[in-house]
Design a protein around this ligand. Structure first.
Ligand code: HEM
Length: 366
C-alpha cells in the first residue's frame, strides 16, 4: 500500500448500485457532493435520536433476554435514512425503501419511481400554492430543488432524482447497520472497553440525550469506532478503473482494467499493524489515525481514499456515536451463548447468523 498515491491516477467507479450504470453514477456523484453540503448544514441529530428512542422503547421488553442486534440495527438505520431523506414524509419513504429491498423488477422500479414522484409533486404543489416557501430541508427537499433548478443544464432528471434516493439508501443503511452491530459485538466480549466507553458517555452527557455540540468530545468511542472499522469494516474494497495504462508500484495496469483495491487486506496486515493485528485494541488510535498508521495513508481507509471517498463518513460516525451512547446509558451488554461467529462479505461484512446479546438494565425503570 506504499504506492497508494498512485491510485489517484485511476478513475473511480462506486460500482453498480442496484441497476445504476457507471455513467449515471458519475452524474450522481457530482450532485451528491452538493446535496451532502446541504445535509451537513442541516442537523441530522434529532432524526437519529428519535429513531434510537423508538428502538430503545422496544428493548425495554428484552431486559435479561436475548436480542439479535443486527436485525435491530437494520430497522434503526432504515428509519434514520428515511427520516433524513424524507423528513416529514418519512413513513412514505419507508415504504419506498421497503420496495428497494425486494428484488428489482421493471414493475417494482416503476412503482418506486411513481411513489417518489408523488411525494415530489406534493412538495411542488405546496410551494406553488404558497403553503410552503421551500421544498424542505431534508435530502428529498434538496433533490426537488435541484430538479426545479431554473438553469436547464444543472437540472436533475427524474431518473437521477430516483437514483439519488437509491444510492443514499444503499450506501447509508447497510454500512451503518454493520458498523453498529460489530461495535456491539466487540464491546460485548471486551467488557473493559464497554465500561470505559460508558464512563465517558456519563462524563459527557450524564443521563441526558446526546447533545450534538458534545458528540465530538467522545474520544474513547471514536477509538472504538476506528478499531471496529479496522477489524470488521463494512466495505472490504474500492472499485477502480484504469483509464489509461498506469504503473502501480511494481505492476503495470493496462487501460480499461477494472480492479478491486481490497483495503480490508491492509487493515489486517501484520507488517502494518504488528503481531497483534487480529486483536481488538482501540488504544492503537489513542493519538489519532495518522499516528496509528505511521502516516501511511493506505493502511487505514475504511471510507475509501481520494476525491471519491465516502461522502457519508461524518453522518455514519455521528449516527454510531449517538446510538451507542444511548444504549450504554441504559444497558450492559454481554454476548449470548447462542452466538456463532461467521462474518461474511455480502455487499457489506455481515454476521451470517446475526449477533445475539443479552441486555441488563442499569436502571430500575429501563
Ligand atoms: C460505516 C459506514 C460507511 C462506510 C464504511 C462507508 C464506506 C464507503 C466507501 C469505502 C466508499 C467508496 C469510496 C471510494 O471508492 O474511495 C463510499 C462511498 C460512498 N458512500 Fe459511504 N460508507 C459509510 C456510510 C455512508 C453513509 C451513512 C452514507 C450516506 C448517508 C454514505 C454514502 C456514500 C456515497 C454517496 C458514496 C459515493 C461517493 C461518491 O460517489 O463520490 N456512506 N462509502
Amino acid at each position: 500500500m506504499g504506492e497508494a498515491t498512485e491510485v489517484g491516477e485511476l478513475c473511480f467507479s462506486w460500482g453498480k448500485l442496484k441497476g445504476k450504470t457507471l455513467q449515471t453514477c458519475e452524474i450522481s456523484c457530482l450532485n451528491l457532493s452538493y446535496i451532502f453540503g446541504g445535509l451537513i448544514v442541516q442537523n441530522m441529530t434529532p432524526a437519529v435520536i428519535a429513531s434510537v428512542e423508538t428502538m430503545l422503547e422496544k428493548w425495554k421488553g428484552y431486559v435479561g433476554k436475548e436480542i439479535e442486534v443486527y436485525h435491530e440495527f437494520r430497522l434503526l438505520t432504515s428509519e434514520v435514512i428515511s427520516r433524513t431523506a424524507f423528513g416529514s414524509s418519512y413513513l412514505e419513504g419507508e415504504k419506498i425503501f421497503d420496495m428497494l429491498n425486494k428484488l428489482e423488477s421493471e414493475e417494482l422500479s416503476k412503482g418506486i419511481q411513481d411513489c417518489v414522484m408523488k411525494i415530489v409533486k406534493k412538495r411542488e404543489d405546496k410551494v406553488e400554492n404558497g403553503e410552503a416557501n421551500s421544498f424542505g430541508n431534508d435530502f428529498l427537499g434538496l433533490l426537488v430543488k435541484a430538479y426545479n433548478d431554473p438553469d436547464k443544464n444543472n437540472r436533475l432528471s427524474v431518473e437521477d432524482l430516483v437514483d439519488e434516493c437509491k444510492t443514499f439508501y444503499f450506501a447509508g443503511q447497510d454500512t451503518v447497520n454493520s458498523l453498529l452491530a460489530w461495535m456491539v459485538f466487540l464491546l460485548a466480549i471486551h467488557g473493559d472497553w464497554q465500561e470505559k466507553a460508558r464512563r465517558e458517555v456519563f462524563e459527557i452527557f450524564g443521563n441526558q440525550i446526546p447533545d450534538s455540540e458534545d458528540i465530538s468530545k467522545l474520544k474513547i468511542m471514536t477509538m472504538i469506532i476506528y478499531e471496529t472499522l479496522r477489524l470488521y469494516g463494512p466495505s472490504i474494497g474500492m472499485m477502480r478503473r484504469a483509464e489509461r495504462e498506469v504503473r502501480l508500484g511494481k505492476l503495470v495496469l493496462p487501460a480499461n482494467l477494472d480492479l478491486l483495491v481490497v483495503h480490508s487486506a491492509a487493515h489486517h496486515d501484520p507488517q502494518l499493524w504488528g503481531d497483534e493485528v487480529h486483536l481488538f485494541k482501540p488504544e492503537r488510535f489513542a493519538e489519532g489515525i495518522a499516528k496509528a498508521i505511521n502516516y501511511n495513508v493506505g493502511a487505514f481507509c475504511p471510507f475509501g481514499l481520494g476525491p471519491r471517498n465516502c461522502v457519508g463518513m461524518n453522518f455514519a460516525i455521528t449516527e454510531a456515536k449517538i446510538a451507542l451512547s444511548m444504549i450504554l446509558q441504559r444497558y450492559t451488554i454481554s454476548l449470548s451463548p447462542a452466538y456463532v461467529h461467521s462474518p461474511i462479505p455480502y455487499i457489506t461484512v455481515q454476521p451470517q447468523h446475526g449477533i445475539q446479546v443479552i441486555l441488563e438494565s442499569l436502571h430500575n425503570d429501563a
